[in-house]
Design a protein around this ligand. Structure first.
Ligand code: TXA
Ligand code: MG
Length: 349
């Protein structure tokens, strides 16, 4: 298949291209598009064949359900059995935006889209290109992150091209995304709302709207034998091609340890990389030293993380070390993704 490339910005949407993209979706084809979190790989959520194509294009196991994206709040009622009061309040507070809620699905949503589950994940994104595409495509767009399964989620269209060229009908380039980490997922089918995947909307933000919120046990303790409630969270994700280790501890010790380890790896002929912050970036001597911004601004750290992991791949870095981050607020999402990228390899000094 030849992939068509189009480019636009949120302030000047190419309506002709969106119309073409909408027809592709209605005809059962796939379109990669920007959202405020990461790029999505879209197909018609109500068409079982489209969902099967998404799994195939991503190389993703078909028991890992997709998020259904909507562009009008009323459309939620078409695809879910009921909307609990908490969900209504969360929608008022955080939609459109980087939040996904889990509901019991209605009969309109095929099991192919939900990976066989009785529940469905729904998100109303705020990105204007995404909203225009969803509307043009019929209102219900299933979209996982637009990466090949296991790779870091794409924060720029060029990464969609790397992973999906020739596998989708169209890729819409809308520039670099704003947030850089996938949406927060919150399950509303249990007695107490439960965070299944941390993201930009933090536990504290959820609690300010609905009171007490649980966090899926497997996020806090990844070595736990329990199965995560979000099936996708069980896979090693976001993985760069090289070997990544997180180093935790007091700053001076971390810098010295990483310098020692990268020097050793280098002498074995490895190409070495370090993920650090503005505060320490001048102190490392690896082949590729990449700052994800200042520790004072965790949003920048979130924004840069996947991008930096992809850059290491492009530069064929084989051994990487990363500094660690606080796991408060959005830090919970940063550390969750970083630990997965590292396959849970952490050194505590
Ligand atoms: O920010 C985002 O959420 C991006 C953009 C494109 O919207 N999408 C995204 O989708 O990250 P994906 O497929 O990469 O991740 C969806 C996660 C997976 O971990 C999946 O297992 C979980 O959501 N999920 C989907 N449906 C679910 C359900 N019914 N119950 C529990 N978890 C579900
Ligand atoms: Mg993903």
């Amino acid at each position: 298949m030849r992939t068509e490339y189009v480019s636009m910005t949120e302030d000047s949407i190419d309506l002709k291209a969106i119309e073409r993209a909408g027809s592709i979706l209605k005809d059962g084809g796939l379109v990669a598009f920007p959202t405020e979190t990461v790029y999505g790989l879209g197909g018609d959520a109500l068409n079982p064949q489209s969902s099967m194509k998404i799994y195939a294009a991503k190389g993703r196991p078909s028991d890992n359900p997709l998020i259904v994206h909507i562009c009008r709040i009323e459309d939620l009622y078409e695809i879910v059995r009921e909307v609990p009061e908490e969900a209504r309040r969360l929608a008022d507070a955080f939609w459109p935006g980087p939040m996904t809620m889990i509901f019991y699905k209605s009969g309109r949503v095929p099991y192919e889209t939900t990976g066989g589950l009785e529940t469905v994940a729904v998100r109303f994104p705020s990105n204007k290109i995404a909203k225009a595409l969803i509307e043009a495509g019929g209102g219900f767009v299933a979209a996982p992150s637009a990466n090949r399964s296991g790779r870091p989620s794409p924060t720029m269209a060029q990464y969609c091209r790397e992973d999906l060229d020739g596998r989708v009908e169209m890729i819409i380039d809308g520039g670099q995304v704003g947030i850089g980490l996938e949406s927060s997922i919150i399950d509303l089918t249990d007695k107490k709302p439960t965070i299944l995947r941390p993201g930009y909307i933090t536990k504290e933000m959820f609690e300010s709207v609905v009171g007490g919120v649980d966090v899926d046990h497997t996020i806090i303790d990844p070595s736990s034998k329990e199965v995560p409630k979000a099936p996708g969270m069980k896979y090693r994700h976001y993985a760069p091609k090289g070997d990544l280790t997180i180093v935790e501890g007091e700053r001076e010790k971390v810098v010295n340890y990483i310098n020692e380890k990268t020097a050793q790896a280098r002498s074995r002929g490895e190409k070495t990389g370090v993920i650090c912050t503005d505060e320490t970036k001048d102190r490392y001597n690896a082949d590729a030293v990449k700052s994800v911004g200042t520790r004072k601004d965790e949003e920048t750290v979130a924004h840069e993380l996947f991008h930096v992991l992809r850059e290491f791949d492009d530069e064929n870095v084989t051994v990487m070390y990363s500094e660690s981050f606080d796991s408060e607020g959005i830090g919970m999402a940063i550390m969750n993704r970083l630990k997965k990228a590292a396959g849970q390899q952490i050194v505590r000094l």
